[in-house]
Each structure stands twice: as structure tokens, then as C-alpha cells.
Write a protein that binds this ligand. Structure first.
Ligand code: RTP
Length: 148
């Protein structure tokens, strides 16, 4: 089954949005397969965002991510990478549709509350970086009520 890496960024944690965000993924029917509250250092944040190292906003982005604890998660389910990005909404909250997490809870692109892997391949890499011991192996007995 497909997995994605979702991170509630420091602003989401500080603003008390953790329960709301987890609830959205749970209620959709996805399964939580990894969860931790963690503060990361600069080197780790730079590794996570290595693909963006040439961008002008890179340093500010790294400062933002290390400014407080984040909630790192693995979510599993059919098409969870693409659907997770839809639940999250567009990168810039001004473009994010109402009803999405960023559409409801964010204004500035540099305080956009949440990260979600943008492809199955980046999900695999990010899960490997954040959860070196892998996902917690368990299966929900609700699956027959979620998948036909
Ligand atoms: P994410 O990786 O956090 O899910 O975001 P994304 O794929 O939707 O967007 P990406 O282009 O990968 O950018 C990563 C994060 O960098 C910050 N950003 N700031 N100031 C700016 O112009 C700017 N552009 C991007 C955002 O926090 C974005 O989520």
C-alpha cells in the first residue's frame, strides 16, 4: 500500500493544529503508520530540503523548520501521496482552495503549516530520512469498510 510523509511544521504545532490535521487524514480513511514530535537541527532540515538549496528562500525555510518542534508522520492508503497533497492544498495559501488545510489555516507561503511528499519517490526518501526504523507494522480492521 502507498505511503507518504506528512510533517506539521512548527507554526502548526505552536498554533495547536495537530489534532485537527491528524483528524482530517484519519477521517478520510488513511492509516497512521508512524508519528513523532521532534525538533530537528539545521543539518537535518537542510538534508530534508536539499532539492531547494539553490532557492532564495532556502535559508529562511530552514530557519522556520528548526524554529520549534514538528510532527513527523507516515500515512498509508490508496493514492495517499496525491490525495494527501489535495487535503493540504496549494503551496501558497493564497492559492489554496477553501476546505484544504492551507486554505483554512494559513496566509503566508513561509508559514504554510504542513508539508506533504510530492511523489511516491520523494515519499520513500523522506520516510527513510525521518523514520530510519521504518513504519509501525499494523493493519486497521476497518479496511473492508474503506476499500471495496
Ligand atoms: P512542502 O514541500 O512543504 O510540502 O511544500 P511544496 O512541495 O508545496 O512546496 P516547495 O516548492 O517544495 O517548497 C517547500 C516549502 O518552502 C517554502 N517556500 N517559501 N518564500 C517563498 O517563496 C517560498 N516558496 C516556498 C514553503 O514553506 C514550502 O512549503
Amino acid at each position: 500500500m502507498e505511503q507518504t510523509f506528512i510533517m506539521i511544521k512548527p507554526d502548526g504545532v505552536q498554533r495547536g493544529l495537530v489534532g485537527e490535521i491528524i483528524g482530517r487524514f484519519e477521517k478520510k480513511g488513511f492509516s497512521l503508520k508512524g508519528l513523532k514530535l521532534i525538533s530537528v537541527d539545521r543539518a537535518f532540515a537542510e538534508k530534508h530540503y536539499a532539492d531547494l538549496s539553490a532557492k532564495p528562500f532556502f535559508n529562511g525555510l530552514v530557519e522556520y523548520i528548526i524554529s520549534g518542534p514538528v510532527v513527523a508522520m507516515i500515512w498509508e492508503g490508496k493514492n495517499v501521496v496525491v490525495t494527501g497533497r489535495k487535503i493540504i492544498g496549494a503551496t501558497n495559501p493564497s492559492d489554496a482552495a477553501p476546505g484544504t488545510i492551507r486554505g483554512e489555516y494559513a496566509i503566508d507561503i513561509g508559514r504554510n503549516v504542513i508539508h506533504g511528499s510530492d511523489s511516491v519517490e520523494s515519499a520513500r526518501k523522506e520516510i527513510g530520512l525521518w523514520f530510519p526504523d521504518g513504519a509501525v507494522p499494523w493493519r486497521s480492521n476497518l479496511e473492508p469498510w474503506i476499500y471495496e
